[in-house]
Design a binder for this molecule. Sequence first.
Ligand code: 3PY
Ligand code: MG
Length: 261
Amino acid sequence: MPFYSLKQRILTGESLLGCFLQLGSPTAAEVCGLAGLDFIVIDAEHSEIDLETTAHMIRAADSVGLPAIVRCAVNEPQVILRYMDLGAAGIQIPQINTVEEAQQVVNSVKYRPIGRRGLASVRAGNYFMNMSAREYIRMVNDHALVVIHIETPESLSALQEISRVDGIDVLFIGPTDLSYSLGFPGEPNEPAVQDAFNHVISVARQNGKASGMMASNPSAAAQYIDRGIQYITTSDKVELTSGIHKYLSQVHSFRKELDKG
Ligand code: 3PY
Ligand code: MG
């Protein structure tokens, strides 16, 4: 598999634009890379995407040099291990509420001495054919991206401790879950929710971490980048829906113009 430097790019201050893939399409993964996105997040939390489909999607992304992160529904070493072994460039875990849970994500992604992941000659390490086990371990420990979601009041209460965990790279704000769990479902622009977003951005920065955010609206995405967020995602479903809506409304308005003439 190719070598990716998402983590390096974040550390040098770049803001990266990515896309959640929830439709399970390897072709969409290729298109995202050829269209110029920085990364994809294969969504194994809110979708029907299984392990085998994930493998096809990672291979498709690799074919166009696009890093594929996997959002895994559970914070379990045996599940995370399988995605990492397939060649995920990193892991994104939802609903992290305690420092112990955050540490467990790092333990599952990284090898000793940082973590406790089990070692085997797998796709991610080129089956140790042209890469030694030591080289592979170093590559994962230095470069695999670890992203955790901050999306509950509990995670906000433990934010300082969570954000100090070594090996966590990105504190990802889940705007849907965070606004809902703060009592404002579907209202991310509510001042109390925006204050929570700002708090995450600032605590992440204080502790040398990047922050991330789901932002499908381009103007909101640009504003979040301005506020210091470096890992921004839209989603395949949102882009497909907005593309179709735009197409339909333009066809209707062109027809109106033709009728006038
Ligand atoms: C959320 O908004 O809750 C997310 O997890 C982003 O998709
Ligand atoms: Mg969420």
